[in-house]
Ligand binder design. Structure first.
Ligand code: UD1
Ligand code: MG
Length: 460
């Protein structure tokens, strides 16, 4: 295969977004528009990817932060032809150049592969679509007799009859590099918008005897560009709908395919069930038989087989073992590792802690910077006091410990194997194994004690 260069045009303003953020940095499925285009581009294994940027200045290269990309600044922006010309010094002399737009995020790799396959050293290929309403787009003008592509005419320059044409230019094209230099240098801006139109090279190609071929995307939404928040919201739904369809095809049960949001990669085993309004971010793995309850948010999490996440749970950067029961209303924070058969119940927060097999914290607890052994029962309202206002300390709870309700474990502290902590204790020293430890005043009852009574008004 001949060399492939990719140029992504991303210098435009995006005025209709009404935002200080450059348009291509707005998110679809948690990833910048330009990030989607770059991922697609990388999947085609090109020799080089150039991004032409302008509006928003260095915010765009900084946000993307990829040094393998050739960043080319276009200032001022004088049109798509002018934009590609800025990248020209970085392109190979032979091979071909795929032009993508930074604000068209969902073009599939398969569609682009088909477009590249019909291009060549002497063939120019365009991605076109037929639209019922082609308003605003450049129209594909074909030769009346042969049906071959003759030119692209922009809407603002089109005649009345040309405006009737429904086949439009998506802007995505593959150009043979050996002609690119000559054609771009011949561009002029004698048109309605006083811009250097990249589309004018199509007529030049025909004149030079280089055939122009067209391919169509599998779906029209693959070529939708974003100009407004309304279009961004619509494309987000398309993306989420496609993601949901893929999960259903793999056998995942979704309570409602229109109420799931995937902002990253979600890998599911067999017989996974996901209730409504769950959000998955980063890389989430749900093994066989995992159930995720309504309104849960999982970010960079692995949940092993058979575990259940009850509704309203928030889990981030954590590993959950097999057959665990989490939630409802659990918060599991980064650095947490739960072994098999652990139960984390309602209003329990776990941070940067490991909890061994069979242990339970079922109600209203905070477990932070802790190592918890096997078969430990942590009573309701227990907290690890891991922070003294300046530094964090570790709590160690060994196997078979029973911590009574409303206990404070003031770290650093170790609760030895088999200990029982009486409810309501504040534990500041290590406890001996297999012993009951309490730290509370003895209960007493005072005979003859009277409740205070409210004084009548006016009395001192
Ligand atoms: C362009 C095409 C039109 C096509 C349409 C598809 C031209 C002349 N017209 O029109 O045939 O139907 O896209 O959406 O090419 N850009 C730059 N620098 C510039 C100008 C644009 O980087 O100086 C970038 C924009 O950021 C954007 C892309 O190029 O990503 C397209 O620019 P836009 O202004 O949207 O072109 P259209 O007028 O829509
Ligand atoms: Mg446009």
């Amino acid at each position: 295969m001949s060399k492939l260069n990719i140029v992504i045009l991303a210098a435009g303003l995006g005025k209709r977004m009404h935002s200080a953020l450059p348009k291509v940095l707005h998110l679809v499925a948690g990833k910048p528009l330009l990030g989607h285009v770059l991922d697609t581009g990388r999947a085609l294994s090109p020799q080089r990817i150039c991004v032409v940027y302008g509006h928003g200045g260095d915010a765009v290269p900084q946000a993307i932060g990829d040094e393998t990309i050739t960043w080319v600044r276009q200032m001022p922006q004088l049109g798509t032809g002018h934009a590609l010309m800025q990248a020209l010094p970085y392109l190979d002399k032979d091979g071909m150049t795929l032009v993508l737009y930074g604000d068209v995020p969902l073009t599939s790799i398969e569609t682009l592969k088909r477009l590249i396959a019909i291009a060549g050293e002497k063939t120019f290929s365009l991605l076109t679509v037929e639209l019922a309403d082609p308003a605003g787009y450049g129209r594909i003008v074909r030769n009346d007799e042969t049906g071959d592509i003759a030119a692209i005419v922009e809407e603002k320059d089109a005649s009345k009859s040309q405006r009737e044409i429904q086949e439009i230019n998506t802007g995505i094209m593959v150009i043979p590099n050996q002609y690119l230099h000559g054609w771009l240098h011949k561009l002029e801006n004698h048109n309605a918008q006083k811009e250097y139109y990249l589309t004018d090279i199509v007529a030049m190609s025909v004149k030079d005897g280089v055939k122009v071929e067209a391919a169509q995307p599998a779906y029209a939404w693959e070529t939708i560009g974003i100009n407004s928040k309304t279009q961004l919201a619509a494309l987000e739904r398309i993306f989420q709908n496609e993601s949901a369809k893929k999960l259903l095809d793999q056998g995942v049960t979704l309570a409602d395919m229109s109420r799931i949001d995937i902002r990253g990669q979600l890998d599911c085993g067999r017989d996974v069930e996901i209730d409504i309004n769950c959000i998955f971010e980063g890389h989430v793995q749900l093994e066989d038989g995992v159930k995720v309850g309504a309104h849960s948010i999982l970010k960079n999490v692995k949940v092993a087989a058979g575990s259940t996440i009850a509704p309203f749970s928030l889990i981030e950067a954590a590993e959950i073992g097999e057959n665990c029961r989490i939630g409802p209303y659990a918060r599991i924070r980064p650095g947490t590792k739960l072994a098999n058969e652990v139960h984390i119940g309602s209003f329990v927060e776990v941070k940067n802690s490991t909890i061994a097999v069979g242990s339970k914290a079922n109600h209203l607890s905070y477990i932070g910077d802790s190592i918890v052994g096997k078969n430990v029962n942590i009573g309701a309202g227990t907290i690890t006091c891991n922070y003294d206002g300046a530094n964090k300390y570790q709590t160690i709870i060994e196997d078979d410990v029973f911590v009574g309700s409303d206990t404070q474990l003031v770290a650093p502290v170790k609760v030895a194997r088999g200990s029982t902590i009486g409810a309501g204790s504040t534990i500041t020293k290590d406890t001996p194994p297999e012993t009951l430890t309490l730290s509370r005043a003895k209960q007493m009852s005072i005979d003859g004690w009277k409740r205070p009574v409210k004084k009548p008004k006016g009395e001192k």
